[in-house]
Design a protein around this ligand. Structure first.
Ligand code: NI
Length: 266
């Protein structure tokens, strides 16, 4: 297996293990006779040069991925890029980074103390994107990060791994549109992210997306185990551009709301 296929398989295995919800939905779709095609995998990081977007994308570039679109989320203080592989069987990769310098000193100090614990050789490693959490942290630290950024807290709890996989709805044969897929999922008891409406985007922007709300996962903190939001499953339907090619990019306004799928619910 080529190195990149191996990395993608490991990301899927890790994500599937961590997220019973994604596993259940994937299996439900397959049991209807669907072949589940991944539109994209999303990863998160901090913009510290030791682990930033460029560093985290290196194993994907080594595996043949090419940088495509770039996206800004000023309100959430995020920057992102997406990468595509010449082999269309490989999902797109969407990597975002948190602009830590735009947060108060306390947040900057906490994030630095996490990254200081990461092994020095981590950035050069081919398995960096699936290394998981490479630090320990206390729950009050997680909570103090969360007060400023849900994203910062998610990273502190989960580290480097797939934040979500995305089912390409175009490839599903038994649902006529995203709304029908959403209804099916809700009937089966899954909760969808309703921030900005269940379906983000529209045919006019060539992309519609929806997502589940993240499962809760158990995380060991220095002071005990706590249940915190883990990962979610996303669904994307793409529309052809005027030239007839499917739009392969992302829509900032939609992605901005999708990020909230890992927000803590009270
Ligand atoms: Ni996504």
């Amino acid at each position: 297996m080529a190195a990149i296929q191996h990395l993608l398989a490991r990301l899927w295995a890790d994500y599937r293990t961590l997220n019973p919800q994604a596993r259940a939905i994937h299996d439900l779709l397959e049991s209807r006779g669907e072949r589940v095609v991944n539109d994209h995998i999303a990863l998160r990081t901090y913009d510290d040069p030791r682990v930033d977007l460029n560093t985290l994308s290196a194993p994907f570039l080594d595996g043949g991925y090419v940088p495509k679109g770039q996206y800004a989320f000023p309100e959430k203080k995020l920057f992102a890029r997406h990468f595509e592989h010449p082999d269309k069987e490989c999902p797109k990769v969407f990597i975002s980074e948190l602009k830590v310098g735009e947060f108060p000193d306390s947040v900057q100090r906490t994030v630095k103390s996490l990254i200081d614990q990461a092994p020095a050789d981590l950035p050069g490693r081919a398995d960096f994107p699936v290394a998981g959490r490479t630090w320990t942290t206390a729950f009050p630290e997680y909570e103090s990060l969360r007060a400023h950024s849900e994203y910062a807290a998610w990273m502190a709890a989960w580290g480097f791994r797939a934040n979500h996989f995305t089912v390409l709805a175009n490839a599903l044969k038994t649902f006529k549109d995203l709304a029908e897929l959403n209804s099916f999922l809700k009937e089966k008891g899954f909760k969808l992210n309703a921030a900005g409406g269940e379906i983000k985007g529209s045919p006019e922007v060539y992309l519609e997306q929806s997502s589940t709300l993240a499962d809760q996962g158990e995380v060991r903190f220095l002071d005990g185990t706590h249940r915190v939001p883990a990962c979610y499953y996303e669904f994307a339907r793409r529309y052809p551009l005027p030239d007839g090619q499917l739009y392969e990019g992302f829509v900032e306004k939609s992605a901005d709301k999708i990020f909230e799928s890992t927000n803590k619910r009270s």
